[in-house]
Design a protein around this ligand. Structure first.
Ligand code: SF4
Length: 471
């Protein structure tokens, strides 16, 4: 084993990572995470709402496409300073019941537009903190959802869990609703980092949450970590990884911290204190995470996920059926997404709709009996093609000319000759290799998969400044 090279007192980088350092300096520019294409900054509030609703009608015309449902539950009792989510910080418990009233009204306004015989194959509760809702409100929301929709027998029903705000009764209530998957926000187990990010979460709480979920019969438990947070070092993050691996989660997501203080002003506190790791340190942490998780038996899936080889996410990746949506990687491709709650996004084949991001505006629209659409987007044929290509890059880490030609009904290599011709620098730097009939992203190129996808993004020149850096 080669000895590590000292880069700074806070970080060591193994020689295996070293070639990537120069490339990170070269390619570490702001870029989208491509949970959608086109990305959300393209949505417009000047959109024709009638045209959006025509798309909803079209989506419900044939009755065969499944539903993927999303409910945004925005409340949190305190703000984690790194947070990039759409949240409402409050300790006012009555907010929960009032918000469930609004969600039920939104369901009632939306249901007449839908063919509710279509099966639901996926339902996700995100936040915010879904367990801000007391169990009685979770049950009330469950009755409303199950009163409208029909679920497939193998539906994936998942909830985001904050172990600090969880009781056994919450676990049971979401299980009664049908939840079979949970993802736990952990980020880092180091107490110093937790203080620096304003998220104090003893490991015992996380372990207790995992135990409760397993006892209650949740099939899959996932843990989210973030690298690049204040005070993190390669050594401290390695310890966090070991502590989390010992909890034996089925999946892990290891996200790069997105520092966007111009969008999330609370993050400015990290600039003032100069506590953020450097890009080199972040790269070392990513390398450590990848090595430790692979050594522990996890398969790397897509850009930032890891899963047990027997987990359906790892199987979908191996079989080339992995998909990507606003919640990240998913095994449920081909569903239309219907979002409920403030800031939630809905997606049909030809459109995106986003609800008001602001709670009072969302509540006003619902109370007035209007769908709370703030902005949206109608996809062109070119958007739809590029969405397919970018999804392949993000999910399969390859471009198969024959498959895309057949899927898109064109000669892929000819139609996208300019984009393919513009990949020379990435090929020269070893991020991808070309075959006669396609392109493969190399293990080194996995770090820069967003950069590769960006080469096929037709909207990017107009919007680049709003994104976080790719590493
Ligand atoms: S609990 Fe989650 S959603 Fe709430 S502030 Fe913290 S990171 Fe953001």
């Amino acid at each position: 084993m080669l000895s590590p090279i000292m880069v700074s007192p806070r970080c060591t980088v193994s020689p295996a990572v070293e070639p990537a350092l120069e490339l990170v300096r070269k390619y570490n520019i702001p870029g989208p995470r491509y949970t959608s294409y086109p990305t959300a900054p393209q949505f417009s509030d000047a959109i024709d709402r009638t045209a959006l609703l025509t798309e909803v009608k079209r989506d419900n015309a044939d009755g065969s496409t499944p539903f993927s449902l999303y409910f945004h539950l925005p409340f949190c009792e305190s703000l984690c300073w790194y947070c990039g989510c759409n949240t409402v910080i409050t300790r006012r418990l009555a907010s929960a019941g009032e918000y469930v009233d609004l969600l039920i009204k939104e369901l009632e306004l939306t249901a007449p537009l839908l063919d509710t015989r279509r099966p639901v194959t996926q339902l996700h509760f995100g936040g915010g903190t879904p367990t801000f809702l007391p169990p009685v409100e979770i049950d009330r929301l469950a009755r409303a959802i199950h009163g409208i929709f029909t679920f497939s027998a193998d539906a994936e029903i998942s909830v985001e869990i904050d172990p600090r705000r969880l009781t056994k009764e919450h676990v049971a209530a979401f299980r009664r609703l049908g939840c079979n998957r949970a993802s736990l926000g952990v980020q880092d187990t180091n107490p110093e980092v937790q203080v620096a990010i304003h998220r104090w979460q003893p490991l015992a709480l996380t372990k207790q949450a995992v135990d409760w979920l397993r006892e209650a019969g949740y099939q899959s438990v996932s843990i989210d970590l973030i690298y690049g947070l204040p005070l993190q070092t390669n050594a401290s993050f390695a310890k966090s990884l070991d502590e989390v691996i010992a909890l034996n989660p089925d999946r892990l997501a290891v996200f790069s911290y997105a520092h966007v203080p111009w969008i999330k002003p609370a993050q400015k506190i990290f600039d003032d204190r100069q506590q953020l790791p450097t890009t080199e340190e972040k790269l070392a942490m990513l390398s450590t995470a990848t090595h430790r998780l692979v050594a522990a038996g996890y398969a790397q899936v897509g850009m930032d996920h890891f899963a047990r080889p027997e987990d359906e996410l790892a199987i979908a990746f191996a079989e080339g059926t992995l998909h990507r949506n606003f919640q990240g990687y998913t095994t449920r491709a081909g569903a239309s997404l219907y979002g409920f709650g403030m800031s939630s996004i809905s997606q049909t084949d030809g459109s995106f709709r986003q609800n008001y991001k602001d709670l009072p505006e969302y509540a006003d629209a619902i109370t007035a009996g209007r769908l709370p659409i703030e902005r949206g987007y109608l996809l062109t044929e070119d958007d739809q093609r590029r969405r397919t290509i970018i999804t392949d890059i993000m999910c399969a880490r390859s471009i198969d000319f024959a498959r895309l030609s057949q899927q898109l009904g064109l000669d892929f290599a000819t139609t996208f000759a300019a984009e393919l011709g513009g990949l020379g620098d990435l090929e020269a730097d070893g991020l991808l290799t070309r075959r006669e009939d396609g392109i493969e992203i190399t293990p080194l190129g996995r770090l820069f998969v967003r950069i590769i996808a960006m080469r096929f993004d037709a909207h990017l020149s107009k919007q680049r400044t709003g994104f976080s850096k790719v590493v």
